[in-house]
Design a protein around this ligand. Structure first.
Ligand code: PBG
Length: 336
């Protein structure tokens, strides 16, 4: 006869521990959910153009439109109605030149758009993207000198643009150019002209990414020669992102950004663990268009794929998510 001995299971192991116990029903899953999306997490980007009555869908970004100011004002009111706290504005100028003059024109497209939004949706936070690439004839994010983008010559142009945007009513400026020292230059200019209270959301760790493709079509901002690798970051580097973020914070950035988001979740996580300041993540055009294209082909469920991707960005540590899906998320969360 064999003696049967019931050994206790080692603590913490099967069958004592059965993680599936908490997965059986949605109310239980909801109770233990670690990350939930909220409309208040989102910023909705928009592209504003000259003209009237324009709402022209961008072919590579289904659901995203070029909006003239009247249409943008309507859109802003709807965005505020959705409960989304902020919009991020990109402008398409009437004409381009080598320094990007319309960027700092007090009557430029973005300045006019900011004033219109402030009337249509006074409670909405207006974030002005601050870059020259949509406004320069060469499509680079700064002033060209000797065939390259000159860092220090670009700084005063950016500072002047920031001031013009804030004077038009922008609540936040968001430099996306990746020049060294631009946050400090912008901070100094704003402070010197009575705008010490205006926050800067810096595109701090902005990578030279292939995933901006659809945006460059939307904003007509592709570089006319070369590429942006001389100023945007090498996708291979994460430690360098920490350095960029630390520098921007030292220069006075209030919110720091990692961009793109989905391919750089490790960078978001490292930044979250290292810094206390708010972190924004930009779910860029290519990340949006991939899901849209797959969904249009019936290869992915759009709502599930988008919500999973956005939840992953928040789980990685982002406080603020800039996404073309923001209005869809508002609807999905309403529908439940
Ligand atoms: C401007 C800018 C870009 C994006 C935001 N601001 C494009 C670029 O750097 O070429 C990309 C946004 C997106 O892809 O959704 N410098």
């Amino acid at each position: 006869m064999t003696l049967k001995i019931d050994l206790p299971a080692p603590p913490g192991a099967f069958p004592t521990r059965r993680p599936r116990r908490l997965r059986g029903r949605e109310p239980l899953r909801r109770m233990i959910r670690e990350t939930t999306l909220d409309v208040a997490d989102f910023v909705y980007p928009a592209f504003v153009c000259h003209g009237r009555g324009i709402r022209a869908e961008i072919p590579s970004m289904p659901g995203v439109c070029h909006l003239s100011i009247d249409a943008l004002a309507e859109e802003a009111a709807a965005v505020a109605g959705d409960g989304i706290p902020a919009m991020l504005l990109f402008g398409l100028p009437a004409s381009k030149d080598d320094v990007g003059s319309e960027a700092f024109d007090d009557d430029g497209i973005v300045q006019q758009a900011i004033r219109a939004i402030k009337t249509a949706a006074p409670g909405l936070i207006v974030i002005a993207d601050l870059c020259l690439c949509e406004y320069t004839s060469h499509g680079h994010c700064g002033v060209i000198r000797n065939g390259g983008v000159d860092n220090d010559e670009t700084l005063p142009v950016l500072a002047r643009t920031a001031l013009s945007q804030v004077r038009a009513g922008a609540d936040v400026v968001a430099p996306s150019d990746m020049m060294d020292g631009r946050v400090g230059a912008i901070r100094q200019a704003l402070d010197a002209h009575g705008h010490a209270e205006t926050p800067i959301m810096a595109y701090s760790a902005k990578y030279a990414s292939a995933f901006y493709g659809p945006f460059r079509e939307a904003a007509d901002s592709a570089p006319q020669f070369g590429d942006r690798r001389g100023y945007q970051m090498d996708p291979a580097n994460a430690r360098e992102a920490m350095e960029e973020i630390a520098l921007d914070l030292a220069e006075g950035a209030d919110i720091v950004m990692v961009k793109p988001a989905l391919l750089y979740l490790d960078v978001i996580r490292q930044a979250r663990d290292r810094f206390t300041q708010p972190i924004a993540a930009y779910n860029v055009s290519g990340e949006y268009s991939m899901i849209k294209a797959a969904a249009a082909n019936g290869w992915l469920n759009e709502r599930q794929a988008a919500l999973e991707a956005l939840t992953a960005i928040k789980r990685a540590g982002a406080d603020i998510i800039i996404s073309y899906f923001a209005r869809d998320v508002a609807r999905w969360l309403r529908e439940g």
